[in-house]
Design a protein around this ligand. Structure first.
Ligand SMILES: [Fe+2]
Length: 183
């Protein structure tokens, strides 16, 4: 599967532009994590890119979310390893994360929301001026971007990263695609 094929399929299955941006942000973080942890950049990136492809199709049915996504990814040519990471990123299924790829997607997914919110509260609404320490501060404010699950983000310890490094690396990765994110 090429990245273009993955994107075409996303565009065919997802209408919400913000959801697509979330998937692009997750891809960027996953590529940076692969680089840092010795994973396959393309494999990790495409897993991040595709992970929520079924969100609109499953219409809020958490029992189906990510099962359908894993199937769609496999149809596109994703490996079992990639499909499993997509499957277990939805905690509803109770499937434990086992591989580093599973764990990276699990903690990287919610961090995108926290970083995007940190950009949106700025007067210029741009990522460029967001500093890692301000994201770290926001992390501690439970009511800020409350949907960004702090416990899940904290599981970066499972892939051997301190929260500070995880935030810094992810923020830089997202800054690298700021134009695509409209931020
Ligand atoms: Fe997600």
């Amino acid at each position: 599967m090429t990245r273009e094929e993955a994107l075409d399929s996303i565009k065919a299955n997802v209408e919400n532009g913000n959801l697509i941006k979330h998937m692009l942000a997750t891809e960027a973080i996953m590529r940076a994590l692969a680089k840092r942890l010795g994973g396959d950049e393309e494999e990790w990136g495409l897993t991040g890119l595709l992970h929520d492809i079924d969100v609109e199709l499953t219409e809020g049915d958490m029992d189906s979310h990510s099962k359908l996504g894993a199937d769609l990814a496999k149809e596109l040519g994703a490996s079992e390893v990639m499909a499993n990471a997509i499957l277990c990123h939805n905690p509803t299924h109770g499937i434990p994360s086992e591989t580093t790829l599973d764990k990276a997607l699990f903690c990287g997914d919610p961090l995108t929301g926290l970083i995007i919110a940190a950009a949106l509260v700025r007067p210029d609404k741009k990522l460029a001026g967001v500093e890692a320490r301000s994201v770290r501060k926001r992390f501690k404010e439970k009511s800020f971007a409350a949907g960004a699950n702090r416990e899940q983000i904290s599981q970066c310890s499972e892939i051997g990263l301190e929260l500070d490094e995880f935030i810094e690396l992810s923020l830089e990765a997202m800054k690298g695609i700021a134009a695509d994110l409209g931020l």
